[in-house]
Design a protein around this ligand. Sequence first.
Ligand code: LLP
Length: 419
Amino acid sequence: MDHFEYRNGILHAEDVPLTRIAAEVGTPVYVYSRATLTRHARVFRDALAGLDPLICYAVKANGNQAVLKLLAAEGYGADVVSAGEMKRALAAGIPAGKIVFSGVAKTDAEIRAALEAGILQFNVESDAELDAIEQVAAAMGVTARVSLRINPDVDAGTHAKITTGKADNKFGIAWDRAIDVYAHARRLPHVEATGIDLHIGSQLSKLEPFEAAFTRTVELIRRLKAEGHPIRHLDLGGGLGIPYSDETPPAPQAYAEMVHRVTGDLDLKLIFEPGRVIVGNAGLMLSEVVYVKETASKRFLILDAGMNDLMRPALYDAYHEVVAVTEPAAGAARAPVEIVGPVCESTDVFARERPMPPVARGDLVAFRSAGAYGATMSNTYNARELVPEVLVDGDRYAVIRPRQTVDELIAMDRVPDWI
Ligand code: LLP
């Protein structure tokens, strides 16, 4: 459920007509609904409540300070994959003790910064990283808490570009090496390996791959415990999908019940790292039709938003529902169009053969389900201004990231005095 709906023929975010945001802030622009975001955060948290978990929101999905502050207020921690994301989480008031640090390429400087901040744990992805953490912690005279990220070699059944839990991915420590790597960790005096971690992919629309991966991991935990390893944390990662079109991903409640069934008697502190399921459907991207172009074979809607503003379709062939902000007349005929952006790349296509009601130059359209991996992946290719973000709360809204201007971009460049 979300709070984007037509009222009096105009699509609203909560009580604010999107036409007003377009007129006052300009397009393209991301628009988030506070009520939707909070609702999703609570539904997920409440579904898991019986498991007494720590929920570490995956900052990469949407790292805006306003979003992070709302989630901090709901008791969320953070899953970060860089010192930058850690800084964002800390700046928003998420306590270091609720931050887990994932990612395959943590640098010594990042490890040091995280140890200085006192984060809860590193999710370690390789032997080499374990050794690096040992060295940095030793030099600082501290002990680092770590979980080893185990790659369960399970096919998540999701898009190949966002799957992470197969043996040939760069992520995690190979399943069959886990016992050895824990034994190695145990010999390191400045590392305390009390956790196990996995994350098999994103936008999963079925429970079965999760269940297969969690079951394998639980078997491994039993073996590790039998060998005397003090495993106390189990981090189950993120990955729960959302409906972009006609998918029917499992409800958080069903996911929670499965987790309970699989991990039931193990007496472990559970950690979750949801991203998309919290913010995905709490946001949309608003754009204006610049031209309608007819060629011999096609009709193009050319928008003022491009692949630099919303990269998902170009990168993963991702589907986003595109709706007209002015409600189409009941029974309005729909004709297939190609929805494209202004970027000089032939992959700058949002949708092909998409049935759309009549839309003209100057009309507004909205890309639904764009709250996750939209603004965070945007960039300024083609010297396009960085897309702004707006948060709506009832009948008010605030710009939570202003549009970065081209003058500001140019000001970042430095011309050496030998030119
Ligand atoms: N934990 C780890 C270690 C992750 O790598 C990710 C996502 C998450 C948690 C959160 O996953 P979620 O709950 O959001 O599925 N840009 C892509 C998605 C990339 C996901 C990367 N890792 C997209 O737009 O679909």
